[in-house]
Design a protein around this ligand. Structure first.
Ligand SMILES: NC(=O)c1ccc[n+]([C@@H]2O[C@H](COP(=O)([O-])OP(=O)(O)OC[C@H]3O[C@@H](n4cnc5c(N)ncnc54)[C@H](OP(=O)(O)O)[C@@H]3O)[C@@H](O)[C@H]2O)c1
Length: 233
């Protein structure tokens, strides 16, 4: 179903986006990965193989985003998996400027890419954002992340009705084993996932499955697909 489809993944040089690129390639798609670092993208493309195209873009910059879409042209599916440094302090400790900078990349970056990218996505295509489980579960130190993830999910539903027949969806990952795990983060994630029915962090490939589903399923729009190992209690 994705054979020869053109799939653009902003944030595709690492982590979840890289796994999406890998699975899209396996499905026979033409894949473009994009982010700020040309070096990181080249290394990722070499590892992915399969003639993956790379494009530099900074999602926090309107002009950079406009140039990016002019270069890339029309595509079938646009996925955004960008992750800026996220403030991890408690609400009263976080600097407002740091929270706003993270919001600018994670939320406004996705907003900007969808706003400028919509005209380049084919009418039967899709846009897929990324939120995260802090949109619906509360964890100490995640107030900023909760807010930007919830905003992303709300935007998904709002623009799905305006951009139709282009479909707009969001993948909401739980805690994922992304590289490289710092010792502090590894312990933190271990504690958080110990209450999950699955009792482990997710793998990037397990999260990527949801993007592939949303690219392929022509009746899903305005949806948030949660892949979190069962963060229900
Ligand atoms: N990992 C988790 O446990 C987890 C859990 C819940 C939700 N999520 C969400 O899932 C998504 C992917 O997370 P991840 O851990 O896989 O991310 P990641 O690998 O750390 O980062 C993804 C990519 O974002 C790119 N990026 C950052 N700022 C950018 C900008 N301004 N413009 C363009 N590209 C930018 C980076 O490349 P450059 O440096 O080259 O720009 C990087 O390759 C994020 O939205 C994250 O919040 C992750």
């Amino acid at each position: 179903m994705l054979k020869n489809k053109k799939i653009v993944i902003v944030g595709g040089g690492s982590g979840i986006g890289y796994a999406v690129a890998q699975q899209a390639l396996e499905a026979g798609a033409q894949v473009i990965i994009a982010s700020r670092s040309r070096q990181k993208l080249s290394a990722a493309a070499k590892q992915l193989g399969g003639g993956v195209q790379t494009e530099v873009v900074d999602a926090t910059n309107d002009e950079s985003v406009a140039d990016f879409f002019r270069r890339v042209g029309h595509s079938d599916h646009l996925a955004v998996t960008i992750k800026p440094p996220l403030p991890a302090g408690r609400f009263l400790e976080n600097e407002v400027d740091a929270v706003m900078a993270a919001f600018d990349a994670k939320f406004w970056g996705q907003y900007r890419l969808a706003k400028q990218g919509a005209q380049y996505v084919r009418q039967n295509g899709s846009i897929t954002f990324t939120s995260g489980i802090a949109s619906r579960r509360s964890y100490p130190g995640y107030s900023a992340v909760s807010a930007m993830n919830a905003a992303t999910e709300a935007l998904t539903k709002a623009i799905a009705i305006e951009l139709a027949p282009i479909r707009v969806n969001t993948v909401c990952p739980g805690f994922v084993n992304t590289e490289p795990p710092t010792p502090g983060r590894a312990q933190h994630v271990k504690t958080l996932v110990s209450t999950l029915p699955m009792n482990r962090p997710g793998m990037t490939s397990e999260i990527a499955d949801a993007y592939l589903y949303l690219f392929s399923n022509s009746y899903s729009t305005g949806a948030v697909v949660v892949v979190d190992g069962g963060a229900i209690c």
